[in-house]
Design a protein around this ligand. Structure first.
Ligand code: DER
Length: 219
């Protein structure tokens, strides 16, 4: 599809950020899948990868790219991941693929977080895409009530279990004026494992593919 072609163009452009001889942080999703396939064309130039999901790990290994345990890794020069939404400050909503916790862990460790996206992901204000929140199962209803208090409409991603054995609430109808403030506030609610807002630690580079070409945005 045309959107897939844009995702592939963004993924190709991300290769330029890969540092030879180093470990590459790899996110999750269909845009990242294109990136993994591109990374395979230069796999001899890298040491290997760390991955934010079983799905990405499988794809990397299928290309013969070594995937390291994060506990054995120190520096991660670059992390490549997609997003469900991004604003002009490179603050993101992520978690559509359910990998938000491991994505946020690797993004925290990475020196440079490069977000790859097609133009549909760039929005003036975050929140049209339902905000994913990873929750401890026993706290799901309590957390849902907390989000209702804040104007959200939580929908349980029924039948989905994260790689960490937790559940996800997708919060509709959140009009997010101050992403970093909301992220910090929600982080304090017991039972919330990860909020799908990457605002306290936004992306450093956004590679945005549009019909008229690929452009790179930084803050
Ligand atoms: O789940 C995630 O955070 C993914 O990165 C997702 O947000 C992007 O998925 P896509 O590249 O398939 O749109």
């Amino acid at each position: 599809t045309p959107q897939d072609q844009l995702k592939q163009q963004a993924a190709k452009a991300a290769l330029q950020y890969v540092q030879t001889g180093s470990i590459v942080g790899v996110g999750t999703g269909s845009t990242v899948n294109f990136f993994i396939d591109e990374l395979a064309t230069i796999k001899h130039k890298i040491e290997g990868a760390v991955s934010s999901s079983e799905a990405s790990t499988k794809r990397l290994r299928a290309h013969g790219i070594e995937v390291f345990d994060l506990n054995g890794v120190g520096d991660i020069p670059v992390y490549i991941d997609g997003a469900d939404e991004t604003n002009a400050n490179l603050q993101l909503i992520k978690g559509g693929g359910g990998a938000l916790t491991r994505e946020k862990i690797i993004a925290h460790m990475a020196k440079k977080f490069v977000c790859v996206a097609d133009e549909t992901k760039l929005v003036p204000r975050l929140g049209k895409f339902p905000l994913p929140i990873e929750v401890i199962p026993m706290a799901r209803s309590m957390v849902a009530r907390e989000l209702v208090k804040r104007g959200g409409q939580p929908v349980y991603r029924d039948g989905f279990v994260t790689d960490n054995g937790n559940q996800i609430l997708d919060i509709h109808n959140m009009d997010i004026m101050e992403p970093a403030k909301l992220e910090a506030e929600l982080n304090n609610i017991p039972g919330i494992v990860t909020v799908g807002l990457f605002a306290l630690r936004p992306a450093d580079v956004l590679i945005l593919a549009a019909a008229e070409g690929v452009r790179t945005l930084t803050i």
